[in-house]
Design a protein around this ligand. Structure first.
Ligand SMILES: NC(=O)c1ccc[n+]([C@@H]2O[C@H](COP(=O)([O-])OP(=O)(O)OC[C@H]3O[C@@H](n4cnc5c(N)ncnc54)[C@H](OP(=O)(O)O)[C@@H]3O)[C@@H](O)[C@H]2O)c1
Length: 254
């Protein structure tokens, strides 16, 4: 059985637990240091909007609710959104994808192609919003490469589709099931975050921190190219590591 078969089999078995919530400016050169670890930023966000009602929505919503945030789930499948909301503990509302966006931070919890499409369709509704791209744009036909060409990333393409949004890459290296608890092997998840708008990036880092994880500034949005490679690698490693989809990518020693 190949890796892709393993992946498909695991996906069809739904790797994310179905349990209820556990608790409530760029240069083209890479020669200069580009990251500054934000020091325990406070999240100013009150409502998080998540578009999609799948596994990652479950994970990220669970963490945000545990941190005391309000969550708005917008999905094309109203029944799926309502069913998910009913399982979560906390202040959750649902609506269609084109409903008014309540959150200042919007997570696109969609496959890459859909995220790109929805980002373009929502257009002005995303202006000024922090838009979090969590996608791993894997070529699922081969499970051997990404569908974005070298030199760009899903996040950078989504930023082009929604030029007035402040696009941040994050959560693509954390598996959905692990987000439900926010930890792996007793260690808080690292949420690696990249973006060109410092305030937007700090907000996503603060969201992760407030939800019991560790947000880590991974640099400008172009670092999404590397984050997406890491996310893809983490997926392919499941074939070696027992196909549990319960592992975490973490930087130790800092
Ligand atoms: N699962 C993970 O562990 C994990 C980890 C890191 C990153 N990610 C990334 O997170 C994203 C979401 O993954 P997931 O596991 O949550 O996927 P999922 O469980 O399959 O959920 C995907 C959601 O997107 C919706 N959707 C699909 N196409 C759409 C469209 N054209 N318009 C509107 N909604 C659409 C689906 O709605 P329907 O049910 O109506 O199809 C569903 O609600 C993906 O980009 C993935 O690469 C996943």
């Amino acid at each position: 059985m190949g890796l892709f078969d393993l992946f498909r089999r695991t996906r069809s078995a739904d790797p994310a637990p179905r349990s209820a919530a556990t608790t409530a400016s760029e240069t083209t050169q890479d020669t200069t240091p580009e990251t500054t670890q934000t020091t325990t930023p406070r999240s100013t966000m009150s409502t998080l909007t998540i578009i999609g009602a799948g596994n990652m929505t479950r994970g990220i919503a669970t963490r945000a609710l545990a941190a005391g945030h309000t969550v708005q789930i917008l999905a094309r499948d109203a029944e799926a959104a309502a069913a998910l909301a009913a399982e979560l503990s906390g202040d959750v509302t649902t609506g269609p994808v084109d409903a008014p966006i309540a959150g200042d931070v919007v997570v696109l919890a969609l496959p890459y192609g859909a995220a790109l499409e929805v980002a373009g369709q929502l257009g002005q509704a995303l202006a000024g919003k922090v838009v979090v791209d969590i996608t791993n744009p894997v070529d699922f036909a081969t499970f051997d490469t990404l569908v974005v060409p070298a030199g760009t990333s899903a996040a950078e393409e989504i930023a082009k589709a929604a030029p007035e949004a402040k696009v941040v890459k994050g959560f693509n290296t954390t598996f959905a099931g692990t987000l439900v608890s926010g930890e792996v092997a007793g260690q808080p998840l690292d949420v690696l975050v990249a973006g060109d708008d410092d305030a937007a990036k700090a907000e996503v880092i603060a969201l992760a921190d407030s939800a019991g994880m560790r947000g880590v500034d991974a640099g400008p949005l172009r670092r999404a190219q590397q984050l997406e490679a890491v996310g893809f690698l983490h997926m392919t490693l499941q074939g070696t590591l027992g196909n549990t989809w319960s592992t975490g990518v973490k930087v130790l020693g800092a």
